[in-house]
Design a protein around this ligand. Structure first.
Ligand code: PLP
Length: 356
């Protein structure tokens, strides 16, 4: 088995993999594979409803919120959010902290106006700006909770001036307890902390919807998905099961408090080594470093390539930075065992001793 530092799809708990594999053969002992059952059978309806209520439970949210499972990944949400919430003549507030936020901004411009209230491109998105002003008449403020590519993370909510807050939490959802009730909408592709690719969780405060003039095609309309309890059309049945299994694993392991403890332990250990290293250089200012994705570099690119070869030879995958920024990146999602990270750090130390 490899050491998996991929940014997503990424590492899943071994027991989730085992349970998912068993369900492919025989789902809950019913004599059918999860891949074979109808999505409107009680077998599946119970599965998706359990997953939806577990999301709410882990977030500690009440009946004013709805949880839906959608397809199309985080990227579709970049478009679906403004389609549902931004009128042609209105101006939404967006934060540009990196590649995913910029994609969301580009998509929003198809539907209305965008006011980029914070932009950290001046320093390669290596920090989070916390002081900026959001116009009170913006229909919402959109931001990326964790910048998977650049390696920065928000540890408090942005000050939104009373404007509804929308977060793309694709890469840090359920990595720690958060003030989920401060958000009006949260979305996340499942393939990092909450399952496998193919399904996206959307959590939305009901009162946010139905306020714009644009007619919305039903398949794109959050209200239709809420009404149909995420069964408007055939959902990705298997991905939703894997999501349920992953959510149950989080709960069983001790919930979000335990996920945070582990994330702090892993990221502290990793960044401490980066800070003391004379070879590897972290890219993000200390206070904004992501607990999920650590970005760093070796300034000598020949050595960086040699290091990647060394990782490959030792079964360590996913250490190369995103193609848009280069460098190195280590993802440390919920399911990453501390021993795997320690094995990588020890490889880095040996490499530094030999080449540094
Ligand atoms: N948002 C963030 C923060 C991401 O990290 C990613 C992908 O890695 C996306 C959105 C895009 O997600 P998808 O590929 O599911 O569309």
């Amino acid at each position: 088995k490899k050491y998996n530092f991929n940014s997503g799809p990424s590492i899943l708990p071994q027991e989730v993999l085992d349970q998912a594999a068993a369900a492919v053969h025989d789902f809950n002992g019913i004599g059918l594979s999860i891949l074979e059952i109808g999505h409107r059978t009680n077998w599946f309806v119970d599965t998706i409803n359990e997953a939806r209520s577990l999301v709410k439970e882990l977030m500690g949210l009440g009946d004013d919120y709805e949880v839906i499972y959608l397809q199309g990944g985080g990227t579709t949400q970049f478009m679906q959010v403004p389609m549902n919430l931004l009128d042609n003549d209105a101006t939404a507030a967006y934060i540009n902290n990196g590649i995913w936020g910029r994609k969301a901004i580009q998509e929003a411009k198809y539907f209305g106006n965008v006011n980029v209230v914070s932009n950290t491109e001046d320093k390669n998105n290596s920090y989070i700006q916390k002081d900026f002003t959001v116009p009170a008449d913006a229909p919402y403020l959109h931001f990326t909770g964790n910048n998977t590519v650049e390696g920065t993370e928000w540890f408090t909510e942005p000050i939104s001036n009373g404007v509804p807050l929308i977060a793309d939490m694709s890469s840090n959802i359920f990595s720690r307890p958060m003030n989920f009730d401060k958000y009006d909408m949260i979305y996340a592709g499942a393939q990092k902390n909450i399952g496998s690719a193919g399904v996206t969780i959307v959590v939305v405060k009901k009162e946010l919807l139905g306020k714009i003039k644009r007619p919305i095609p039903p398949i794109m309309d959050y209200r239709e998905h809420i009404k149909a309890e995420s069964l408007l059309n055939t959902p990705p049945v298997f991905s939703i099961l894997v999501s349920l299994l992953t959510l149950k694993w989080i709960k069983k392991e001790g919930g979000l408090e335990e996920m945070e403890k582990r994330a702090v332990a892993r990221s502290t250990k990793f960044y401490n080594y980066l800070d003391e290293s004379n070879l590897f250089r972290p890219l993000v200012v200390k206070e904004d470093r992501s607990r999920m994705n650590a970005t760093f570099t070796i300034d000598d690119k020949t050595l960086e390539n040699a290091f990647l070869d060394e990782c490959k030879a030792n079964g360590m995958v996913g250490v190369k930075g995103h193609r848009s920024v280069g460098g190195l990146r280590v993802s440390m999602y919920n399911a990453l065992p501390m021993e795997d990270l320690e094995a990588l750090i020890s490889l880095m130390k040996n490499f530094e001793a030999q080449k540094g």
